[in-house]
Write a protein that binds this ligand. Structure first.
Ligand code: PLP
Length: 451
């Protein structure tokens, strides 16, 4: 029998990323509490959260310092806004701290509530910027196949995933798309990672030339593409891409919503992959996901032009009721302090080889075609025959099945098609990591036996 909460959920809750037609036939999984890397459901079953929720709860699910920061902030000033020269101490300090942490020199920080809003804000800033510098024709934004930048009208349009476009009449105009750096899937037979990166840069250049460089404003890229399948770019990919962007005065936006704050073993994925963005967006691990907050950092060049424009027209007409929310900003500020005080970067780097080895061990199975890992984000790409690169029949839903077996084994992973992703809390211990892979191994083994 369904619990009252599950019944309420089925009857009343319109779910995100859920098959609405079958909701109610599938039992909702209600998570009631969490501690460390574990979460617990209504029936008291415990799971290792191998995805940090949605790639976000980097400090796990009960860090006392974040809880206390939230309580203190709620007691002191539960809300104030940041419009029209208003601010609050936490927002001011968080902005200053983010500039100090920025992977390339940045001049100002804008706050929003989600990754989608951060990317949407970046789009508007880009349009505002090119109007300001007298190039109003430069408005097109380039995204990549398999990209995920969020679900607002603009951020979904820049993404390259069919589910975010189909039947929403997206993308909007002004949005272009180019190939992703997925060497395993997209390389020509025998094409080296280096040649593949060169080809992707050539294709980008051709796209810009075909559209007219005077019409192209910006290129959006995650350092490692998360939701598209944990796609780690070839080492020289961004160097080649950025050479093209510079040639045609196209801004680079680094979407650090997943990679930001240690995930790749550096504070930002931008550093790991040698990116030099003009604009950087972040969210998720900025507050370890305890409260909604996101940020957009802009370079001096972008900021100064924006300031000149809004001086001309009277205001920068963009911002949210909750931009720089004092409770969210206080929790984020504490999160950044905890990353530093607990040496989370060093810990992530120390554990990265164990993580890669855990994945590599599972990748020896016949049903794994490819494994990818950097820092503490990684994935296995399932194949009916890994050595022959023969994919599973999509109707089998191999990835979904493995994720279900993992759940039964007490492990939450994410299946994106037949790619199974891991993105555990960065506080995971070596022993917990071994337990995670033991459970994943049992799940893969159970699925293998059904074939
Ligand atoms: N950008 C990236 C790379 C993401 O992974 C996500 C969410 O998963 C977003 C943007 C959107 O963030 P949000 O769901 O907070 O709007």
């Amino acid at each position: 029998a369904r619990t009252p909460n599950a019944a309420a959920d089925v009857a009343a809750h319109l779910h995100s990323y859920t098959n609405l037609a079958t909701h109610g036939q599938v039992e909702p999984l209600l998570i009631t509490r969490g501690d460390g890397i574990h979460v617990e459901d209504e029936a008291g079953r415990r799971y290792i959260e191998g995805m940090s929720g949605l790639w976000c709860a980097s400090l796990g699910f009960g860090h006392p310092r974040l809880v206390q920061a939230g309580i203190d902030a709620l007691k002191t000033l539960p809300y104030y806004h940041t419009f029209n020269h208003r601010s609050n101490p936490a927002a001011a300090q968080l902005a200053e701290r983010l500039l100090a942490l920025a992977p390339v020199p940045m001049a100002r920080v804008f706050f929003a509530n989600s990754g989608s809003e951060a990317n949407d804000s970046a789009v508007k800033m880009i349009w505002y910027y090119f109007n300001a510098i007298g190039k109003p024709g430069k408005k097109k934004i380039i995204g990549r196949d398999r990209a995920y930048h969020g679900v607002t009208v603009a951020s979904a349009s820049i993404g390259g995933l069919a589910a975010n476009h189909a039947d929403f009449d997206l993308p909007i105009d002004r949005i272009l798309r180019t190939g992703s750096p997925h060497h395993y899937r997209d390389a020509l037979p025998g094409e080296s990672a280096e040649d593949f990166a060169t080809r992707r840069a050539d294709e980008l250049e051709q796209l810009i030339l075909n559209e007219g460089p005077d019409t192209v404003a910006a290129f959006f890229a995650e350092p490692v593409m998360g939701a598209g399948g944990v796609i780690v770019p070839p080492p020289t990919y961004f160097e080649k891409i950025q050479a093209v962007l510079r040639r045609y005065d196209v801004l680079l936006v680094a979407d650090e919503v997943i990679c930001g704050f240690g995930r790749t073993g550096e504070m930002f994925g931008t550093t790991t992959f040698g990116m030099r963005p003009d604009i950087l967006t972040c969210a998720k691990s900025l507050s370890s996901a305890y409260v909604p907050i996101s940020a957009v950092m802009v370079s001096q060049k972008v900021h100064d032009a924006m300031a000149a424009n809004s001086g001309r027209i009277g205001t920068f007409g963009h911002g949210y009721t909750y931009s720089g929310h004092p409770v969210a900003a206080a929790v984020a500020l504490e999160t950044l302090k905890v990353y530093e005080d607990e040496g989370i970067l060093a810990h992530t780097r120390a554990l990265a080889p164990r993580f890669a080895q855990g994945l590599a061990t599972q990748a020896e199975r016949r049903i794994v075609g490819n494994m990818r890992a950097v820092g503490l984000i990684g994935a296995l790409e399932l194949m009916a025959d890994g050595a022959a690169r023969a994919p599973f029949d999509p109707a089998l839903k191999a990835g979904y099945q493995v994720a279900q077996y993992a759940l039964e084994e007490g492990l939450i992973v994410r299946a994106m098609g037949d790619t199974v992703a891991l993105c555990p809390p960065l506080i995971i211990t070596p022993a917990e990591m071994d337990e995670l892979f033991a459970r994943l191994g049992r799940a893969l083994g159970r699925f293998e036996k059904t074939l």
